[in-house]
Ligand binder design. Structure first.
Ligand code: GLY
Length: 364
């Protein structure tokens, strides 16, 4: 199967996203070729360590790299100051005559945490991403936003710090639970709605193949989504001129749903699916989106197995949580809306009454 290489273009900080099947066994060779350092720090969780970490360590060592591993919990709790302190202290004790670089082997939690560690240790050491979930392969491993959480909110502490390489092996997606594939699909549908009607049509036709983890479909989806994200990041790395803002489609209410449910009721992509539906309803209310297109989007979300109703969360909790959205400028809200599949429009000052109306419609 052919190898696909997409690229985030940021001058000297450009990096490739390598996509293929069964490419993990040759990752060590590629990593060595990049000359990032001589001593690898792998951050992963215990399941992935057993499944892929052992071989990766073996292959890195066979390429004359030394390896130190850190195992972190597989939950948002790992993105904490306590964890950061533990890992950084241990790295500093280990760091004698080393040329360190970090490998994030895992999903979004591991990626965010590893990127943050790499960004602050000695004011920055190189890191690379080996994402192991669909969501991480198409979204969180690309773009350089690294973060840890505060009690006051998710991802409140962080930095823009780009990886040097992203390796997406679609074979690893086959050991995921179906719910995690479905969650990834939430973000895939987002890319289609914000940027590409043809890709939307592709998803409509092939969603069942994706759910069955068919190689060609997985490759196409990871390729297409990572390409869209790479192009956006290349144009607006730090969200300075609204180009990158469109990636937040569905995220204002989606994040509020996640936060109002203490992050344990919905997977990220599920909440984003619900957030997209609310954003589409808002777009329809504001006469930007035709009802037929809203129905088409809802149909695909349903077909993907994503929820279309918000069960068991009171409206006021979601509204309270939505005020903490990072897109708020002072008291002014900011929504990414759609004016047709493949197109977006950013609107400020959406009346609270309207926001409540569209969320209420989804409550169950
Ligand atoms: N690391 C995820 C992003 O930058 O969007």
């Amino acid at each position: 199967m052919k190898l696909i290489i997409n690229k985030v273009r940021l001058g000297k900080r450009s990096y490739p996203i390598i996509i293929g099947k069964n490419i993990l066994p040759v990752a060590a060779k590629r990593i060595k070729e990049l000359k990032l350092g001589t001593d690898a720090i792998i951050i992963t969780n215990s399941f992935l360590r057993k499944k892929y970490g052992h071989n990766l360590v073996k292959n890195l060592k066979a390429n004359n790299l030394t390896v130190k591993e850190f195992i972190v919990p597989d939950t948002e709790k790992a993105k904490s100051f306590i964890q950061i302190n533990k890992i950084l202290t241990s790295i500093s004790e280990y760091d004698k005559d080393k040329r360190l670089f970090v490998i994030a082997l895992g999903g979004g939690v591991v990626g965010d945490l590893s990127g943050f560690i790499a960004s602050v240790y000695r004011r920055g050491i190189p890191y690379l991403q080996i994402p192991t979930t669909l969501l991480a392969q198409i979204d969180s491993s690309i773009g350089g936003k690294t973060a840890i959480n505060l009690t006051a909110g998710k991802n409140l502490i962080g930095a823009f710090y780009q990886p040097r390489l992203v390796i997406c092996d679609i074979e690893v997606l086959k050991s995921l639970k179906k719910r995690d594939i479905v969650s990834g699909l939430g973000e895939a549908i987002k890319y289609a709605v914000i940027k590409d009607k043809t890709f939307f049509n592709y998803l409509e036709k092939n969603v069942h193949k994706l759910l069955a983890c068919k190689d060609d479909t997985l490759i196409t989806v990871v390729d297409k989504c990572s390409m869209i994200k790479a192009e956006i990041i290349s144009k607006d790395e730090k969200e300075e001129n609204s180009i990158r803002t469109v990636l937040n489609f569905g995220h204002t209410i989606g994040h509020a749903i996640e936060s109002a449910s203490s992050y344990d009721k919905f997977r990220h992509g599920e909440a984003i699916g619900l957030g997209m539906l609310c954003a589409c309803e808002l777009s329809k209310e504001l006469k930007l989106l035709k009802e037929t297109e809203l129905n088409e989007i809802e149909k695909l979300i349903k077909k993907a197995g994503l929820p279309v109703k918000i069960k068991g969360i009171p409206l006021n909790k979601i509204i309270d949580a939505h005020y903490h959205d990072k897109k708020f400028i002072g008291k002014t809200n900011r929504f990414v809306l759609t004016c047709g599949i493949g197109k977006t429009i950013i609107r400020n000052n959406i009346p609270l009454k309207l926001i409540k109306k569209v969320i209420k419609k989804r409550l169950f």
